[in-house]
Design a protein. Sequence first.
Length: 271
Amino acid sequence: MADDVEQHRLVFIGGLPRSGTTLLAAEIARSPGVSNLEGIGPVADEGQYVQDVYTTQQQAGGIDRFAYAPEMHLTEASPLVHGASRTALWEAWAPYWDTTQPVLVEKTPSNLLKMRFLQALYPGSSFVVVVRHPVAEAMALRARGWSRRAVGRLVDHWVHAHEVMTGDLPRVERVVVVRYEDLVSRPAEVLGGLRDFLALDRVDEGERPARGLNARYLEDWQSGGLMVSLANRRTVRRYESAIRRFGYSFSSPMPVGGLAPDLPTLDHAGS
């Protein structure tokens, strides 16, 4: 069974919770010859929860803190990079894939911190990272009851996670960064470009993803009394320049610019 992985192309999807990773994985899996993980249970079919090789997000402090944990950032230098890890992960995930398909997709939010590690275990793999406006991502967590942390603290977690991720990108051979907002506003273009990057057949456009969610989240964030307003101003002053790298601003629910030139977009992704 361990050798079966050589017969497949692996695609790893990462991005903070509520950034659109589940939506993206499902869309990629609509292409012929692709299998997503299915049947894992009430955790959006995330591969992290059926393996015991690396630390899960829950074990590292939860979905609103995990990026701070040093053990969550894994690279090719990790002592976990060896044949036993490669075999153990494959054997944990394979029962949830249709391994008759040539392309296998594994989606776990914290993959954005593990690309170099996964690449070392499975050379030739492709990686897709999804980013979303930090306030929208934070408010979505709070709306689901998944976090009670202040939005400013959640934005700090967003910035930290994405700084670690961007530091790793130059060492990842096949990776592209896409924004949730681009996915929902022009899905045919973004998904078509992703399928070209992954060498998948294009398919007819599926159900259009919901639009306007970011605007509602930012409105909720901006509503409140004096203390909320003061906290929001502190968040803007501290993090506005950091989120601009991804074309975001606290003044708008949608991107106000493009991704920084050093980030791998669909326009110049490796082939």
